[in-house]
Design a protein. Structure first.
Length: 454
């Protein structure tokens, strides 16, 4: 813990940690030390972690990267951080992220962007987003692991951009209680770590059935580490042809082929598969996610949480809402609220929102068919490119940024587990990741295949 705190002090330029909790960390570390000495050391005992700012942590600022939650100190602890603390984990502080987890580059954060520790010459790169601070901190050894959340790829894309491991478990595996909501039917938390084994250990602690989250699944949590044998002999790994996007860089294609060859060498059978509705996933996601966000974000009204605008004489409650939300939300969040409100409005509900939900069912069915045909896991690239330069995408148009999620959103739409594993370097020496998608509730099996790839 001490050496991490020191490393954090020296790494201010990465802008990964946005709230520091050194005293809490030392207290937790001392308590963990006593537990270890007493012979009672659960899995996470004494392990210094970073926590994404989206998690509510008791008495510690939890701003979800937004100005609107300025000054918000939760009076409660999220279920996931409670689980981690009960297992002896140490919290070093809160990590930078895109505002309300909307983004793919950590550039929509009120704290300013986080920076990727990987560099090409002097070009500063994004660590990805929205869990950009988590990825940057893990990759730069500022903590042993971090929590992340993933609504459309926010764990897997930053993991791929920083050469780290990130798993989004099956929807319902980890409690969403105390995690600031973005799009509730898609949001899942998961660990971001340096290795597949670390991910297995941390995931087990994070998962639990939680009656406080109505979508939490009442299933036993297996010992993922024990299931992670790396023995994939006889497993069927599917390669979906629809993920071979037009204009895909040859190095991504090569990485994908190498990954498949590695799994084949380890005894898996590689099969070509089809997920025919893939091309509709991104447009449907960018209807469903903003729709849910516009509803979830209605609660930030200047009354109950965080920031409230200074009012002029004569202003009433409507002006208070308007001014607070105009000042408190950044441009990307405002864009999503407007899109979401539009697609949910009476005249357009059927044309957009309902249609997107029907598409979602078809996407889910694509996966169900493939798994029913005996496929155990699906291998795809994690991202369409390596980390891009800071500012390079924000200046173009928002749709360019949305295209980053092309390989990851399908997994959230179908509620499946997906893991990003570092798989090599591109020509510039930047990390690239591969993604494995698994059957629902079979994270252990998925981690085992990921282990074989690592
Ligand atoms: N980049 C996607 C978005 O902006 C995904 C974000 C996420 O997974 N939280 O919506």
């Amino acid at each position: 813990t001490e050496s991490c705190l020191k490393a954090i002090e020296g790494a201010g330029a990465l802008n990964a940690f946005v709230h520091h909790t050194p005293e809490l960390a030392m207290d937790q570390a001392t308590a963990a030390d006593a537990r270890i000495k007493a012979g009672d050391a659960p899995d996470m005992c004494g392990l210094p972690l970073g926590v994404k700012d989206l998690f509510c942590t008791k008495d510690v600022p939890s701003q979800a990267g937004s100005r609107i939650l300025e000054g918000f100190l939760p009076q409660y602890e999220s279920t996931i951080t409670s689980n981690l603390f009960a297992s002896g984990a140490v919290m070093l502080g809160k990590l930078n992220m895109d505002e309300f987890a909307m983004g793919s580059s950590n550039e929509t954060s009120v704290y300013g962007n986080a920076v990727n520790p990987w560099k090409v010459d002097d070009r500063q790169l994004t660590p990805g987003g929205s869990s950009g601070g988590s990825a940057s901190a893990v990759a730069a050894d500022l903590c042993l692991a971090a929590t992340g959340t993933d609504t459309g790829g926010s764990i897997r894309q930053p993991a791929a951009f920083t050469g780290t491991v990130g798993i989004k478990p099956t929807y319902g595996r980890c409690s969403r209680w105390g995690v600031v909501a973005f799009a509730s039917s898609l949001d899942q938390a998961g660990p971001m770590t340096k290795s597949v084994r670390d991910a297995a250990i941390m995931l087990e602690t994070m998962c639990s059935y939680d009656p406080k989250d109505s979508t939490s699944m009442d299933l036993p949590v297996p010992n993922f580490e024990a299931l992670m044998t790396g023995d994939i002999r006889g497993k069927k790994i599917g390669i979906p042809k629809e993920y071979r996007m037009e204009g895909m860089p040859s190095e991504i294609e090569k990485l994908w082929e190498n990954g498949a060859a590695m799994l084949k060498d380890a005894g898996a059978e590689i099969v070509d598969i089809s997920l025919p509705h893939t091309k509709y996933a991104l447009p449907a996601y960018y209807v469903i996610a903003p729709a849910e966000a516009s509803s979830n974000l209605a609660r930030y009204d200047g009354v109950r949480y965080g920031h409230r605008a200074t009012l002029d004489a004569g202003d009433g409650i409507t002006e208070m809402y308007e001014k607070t939300r105009a000042e408190g939300f950044g441009p990307e969040v405002q864009r999503r609220v407007m899109i979401g409100t539009y697609v949910l409005s009476a005249g357009f509900y059927d044309a957009y929102y309902n249609r997107a939900r029907r598409v979602r069912t078809l996407i889910k069915k694509d996966f169900e068919d493939v798994f029913a045909a005996g496929v155990d896991a699906i291998l795809t690239p994690a991202t369409p490119s390596a980390a891009f330069g800071l500012g390079e995408m924000t200046d173009v148009d928002p749709v360019q940024m949305y295209l980053n999620d092309v390989f990851t959103v399908t997994v959230n739409m179908a509620g499946l587990p997906g893991v990003a594993v570092p798989a090599g370097l591109d020509a510039q020496g930047l990390p690239l990741g591969l993604q494995l998608i698994g059957r629902p509730w079979e994270e252990g099996d998925l981690l085992s295949s990921a282990y074989a790839l690592e």
